[in-house]
Design a protein around this ligand. Structure first.
Ligand SMILES: [Zn+2]
Ligand SMILES: [Zn+2]
Length: 137
């Protein structure tokens, strides 16, 4: 069992994850492209009771997922770093933006989701387990 820590760019918001993440994924959906300003977001899923965040500059943007259910995108209102997301479709789970981890050396996404909107240049040299949208169970 490993603990991980992370923070936003300005350091106002800090978090700790206790225990091992349940999943890791790169998300290529258009909403993640917008919120990150890049090609995709990097995410680790942890049980919400294993995620502890402190600081007073957190703002929540309520977004809608493809399922039509709400998801809350939480970011630092000082520096704009996206920190984590909670989705009504995934109760009890916190989706942490892996780029905000203090140590990213061991992070690797195990799957790619929403590859329907993956940028063309990534399709050529980025071979992983790809799903058009969400993995089907
Ligand atoms: Zn910040
Ligand atoms: Zn996404």
């Amino acid at each position: 069992m490993t603990n991980q820590t992370g923070q936003c760019l300005c350091g106002s918001m800090k978090y700790e994850i206790t225990g091992d993440p349940i999943m890791s994924a790169a998300c290529h959906c258009t909403h993640c492209q917008k919120t990150t300003g890049t090609a995709y977001s990097l995410n680790i899923g942890v049980p919400s009771d294993q995620f502890n965040i402190t600081g007073d500059t957190l703002t929540t943007y309520v977004d809608k997922g493809e399922s039509g259910e709400n998801l809350r995108r939480c970011f630092c209102n000082q520096c704009g770093s996206p920190l984590y997301t909670e989705a009504d479709s995934m109760p009890g789970m916190t989706i942490v933006k892996a780029g905000t981890l203090n140590d990213t050396t061991s992070f690797k996404p195990s799957v790619n989701i929403y590859c329907d909107s993956k940028m063309e240049w990534l399709k050529q040299d980025y071979k992983t387990v790809d799903f058009a949208k969400m993995p089907t169970e």
